[in-house]
Every structure is written in structure tokens, then in C-alpha cells.
Design a protein around this ligand. Sequence first.
Ligand SMILES: Cc1cc2nc3c(=O)[nH]c(=O)nc-3n(C[C@H](O)[C@H](O)[C@H](O)COP(=O)(O)OP(=O)(O)OC[C@H]3O[C@@H](n4cnc5c(N)ncnc54)[C@H](O)[C@@H]3O)c2cc1C
Ligand SMILES: O=C(O)[C@@H]1CCCC=N1
Length: 387
Amino acid sequence: MSSQIYDCIVIGAGIQGSCTAYYLAKNNKKTLLLEQFVLPHSRGSSHGQTRIIRKAYEQDFYVRMMEECYTLWAELEREADVKLYRRTGLLLLGPENGRGFPIVKDTLQRNKVPIVVLKREEFSQHIPNFNLSSGDGALVDTTAGVLYADKALVAIRRLFKSHGGVIKDGEKVIGITPGPVVTVTTASGAYQAKKLVITAGPWANTLLSHTGLELPLQVTKLNVCYWQEKVPGSYDIRNRFPCFVQVESLESEHHIYGLPSNEYPGLMKVCYHIGKDTDPDGRDRQTNQDDIEILKRYITRCMPGLVPVPAVVESCLYTITPDTDFVLDRHPTYSNIVIGAGFSGHGFKFGPVIGKILYELSTEQVPSHDLAPFKISRFQAHSKSAL
Ligand SMILES: Cc1cc2nc3c(=O)[nH]c(=O)nc-3n(C[C@H](O)[C@H](O)[C@H](O)COP(=O)(O)OP(=O)(O)OC[C@H]3O[C@@H](n4cnc5c(N)ncnc54)[C@H](O)[C@@H]3O)c2cc1C
Ligand SMILES: O=C(O)[C@@H]1CCCC=N1
């Protein structure tokens, strides 16, 4: 056992753990970040080159968190001297009389987020190569854009180390012994800290089982699909093609979303928000492609400038709560253990604000946002405590 007692150990170096560790170290806390895989890796939820950043949400609390988060991303860009965000706007599409589109529109307007509402007759002039479905409304959240995810992870971990933080990768945590000083065991050793933050993504419940807690989390595998432009440049970021989210469609009641051609030349990323249940360690055995069939039909109908067969298919994991809101809370039994989990396929953009909140929780400060929507107690009927 190492004789050093850290102020805090963070388990999991995805976007949430890396951001939490960064804010701890920046605020002079002796911090150890443990990661089971050798970094960088592509086995969790944070890998890949791009993610959407947007304020377009149904709930005011997410809009308020994003207001601060844009500032935090800009501070990170400055400190790391790396460009992590590119503004593209986000095209939001959905039935005018549906469940999702009017709510997001109202929320954006109520929160005075700058948007442009596109009339049907002017739609194709602004958004070429896209068919607006009959009955659908369209608006652009002009604050939205693309985050360079892999670059962000590298930059944040580098900043963490520059503030004195220690990363040990390739060290899987196999035991947690709670107490006023928590002991965390890996195959290579044991470490102690006054505080522990668990940000283990799809493995959250495996880690929490060492503390007698189980959260209602569902892990799913998503096919990340890239589609070839028929005419090069038609959906290109350099030609100002936006990100998009289709909230309901003829093909599905669930989101279909896309990012302009950028990371792979001539390929636009278009994905379906619903995957199939998986075991995070057995994901390669889960080969369901129902999502790809839905995407093929949508692309044929709405994006005729793309070849409706995916040119590249990668994979990624979601960890979903029953209400798709995050878990940001202290452990119900051990108040020096803080949990960030269940980011439900939309957590990357919030990385810096979540890192700041988990840092605040683990240093007993008043959190800078209302955490009522993220409390473990909301799952009372679901979560199992063996204690
Ligand atoms: C296809 C796809 C598209 C997405 N698109 C968007 C988007 O456009 N915008 C957006 O905001 N969000 C998006 N998301 C969601 C976002 O990427 C996730 O919410 C976010 O990455 C979750 O981060 P995390 O740190 O919680 O999990 P992870 O990145 O999985 O990190 C958890 C880490 O913990 C480590 N770990 C687990 N167990 C142990 C252990 N025992 N010991 C040590 N380490 C351990 C894991 O190896 C992993 O590195 C998308 C997700 C996917 C999959
Ligand atoms: O979080 C995001 O912006 C993306 C797009 C919508 C569905 C989930 N992830």
C-alpha cells in the first residue's frame, strides 16, 4: 500500500472523470485518476473525434448548465491552447404538433437562446440537400456546434497533470473499502484518499457493488455510422452544413442526429439515439443492426445526397437512467464517495460543468447548480442498497 493519502481518487478517465480530476488538481487537491485501460482507449463512451454541443434541450436546468459550460469550454481552450469547439449551429427538426419540437422551441425562447426559426418556403435555401418532412418545424440553435472529443480528452488530461495530478492507466479498480479514508485496490496496488469520485461510465454498477449500491442503469451499444456524400462537399463543415437533431420522424419516435462531414473526408456522421442492451465487456458479441435499418430509411427519404449504406460503422456505449437525466450525487451511505453516472448518451458537452460540480460535491462546497434532478433518491423504487 502506498503511504500517501490523496485528497481525492477519481475512478474512470472518460470525459467526466478527466474533467473532475482537472478541477480538483487545479484547486490544489492531491488527486489520483485511475483508468482500467491504457490511454487513449475506445472501449467506453467518450472516445471518437466529435460530439454535438448545444443548448437545445427541453429542460431549463440543462440550458442553464450549458450557459456556464460554454464559458468553461472556452477557458479550457485558452488554458490548453487547443481549439476544441467549432460553431456550426444545430438544426432542430420535428413535428410542429409533436411532443418534442414545440417544447424545445419554447424552452429556447424562454431562456433567450439565440435561434433562427426557418419557414418551410425558405428551408432549402438555408439547408440544401435536406428534405423537410411534411408537418415538421425547423429551427437553428445558433450557439451549437461540434466538440473535438478525442482532442478534448488529451488536452484535459494534460492540464490535469500540469496542475500536479497523477494518472495511472492500465489499472483496473478491483476493490473499494469505504471509510473516513477510502482504500481503492487495483491489481498493482492499493491507494488511499479522503474522498472518492466514481465516474466509471458503463461500469458504474460494477464499481458501486463494492459499496453496496446498485443504480437503475441500462448499458446499450450504439452503431456510430458515417455515410458517403454523393457529391463531395454537400454536407461539409467547411460549407457550413450544421449539426442536426430530428426529434421524431416517420421512421421513429426517437432522435436521429447528425454531424457534418469533418473527421473522415466526404463522410457525414448520422446516428440513431437508441441502441441494444449490452454487457460493456461483451459489446463485440452484440451485433444488432436495427438502428442502421432505421437510418437507411431516414437517409433515403430526407438526405438524398448521401449514399444510404453506411461507409464506416464504429461503436460506442450509452449508460442510461430511467428518466435519461444524470446522476450527480453523494453516495447515500458514504458521504465522502461522490458518484457521476448515467449520462444517457448526452453527457459529453456538459463535461466541464459536471467536472466542476463533482469537484464541488467532493470538497463539500455548495454546488453551483441545483442538483435536485440528479439525485439518487429519485430512483427510490429502483435502486438497491444492500446496506
Ligand atoms: C455514439 C455516441 C454519441 C454521443 N454523442 C454525444 C453528443 O453528440 N453530445 C454529447 O454531449 N454527448 C454525446 N454522447 C454521450 C457522451 O459521449 C457520454 O455521455 C460521455 O462520454 C460519458 O462519459 P463518462 O466519463 O461518464 O464515461 P466513459 O467515457 O465510459 O468513462 C468511464 C471510464 O471509466 C473507466 N473505468 C470503468 N471501470 C473502471 C475500473 N474498474 N477501474 C478503472 N477505470 C474504470 C472506463 O474504462 C472509462 O474510461 C454520445 C455517446 C455515444 C456513445
Ligand atoms: O447529446 C447530443 O447532442 C446528441 C444528439 C442527440 C441525441 C444524443 N446525443
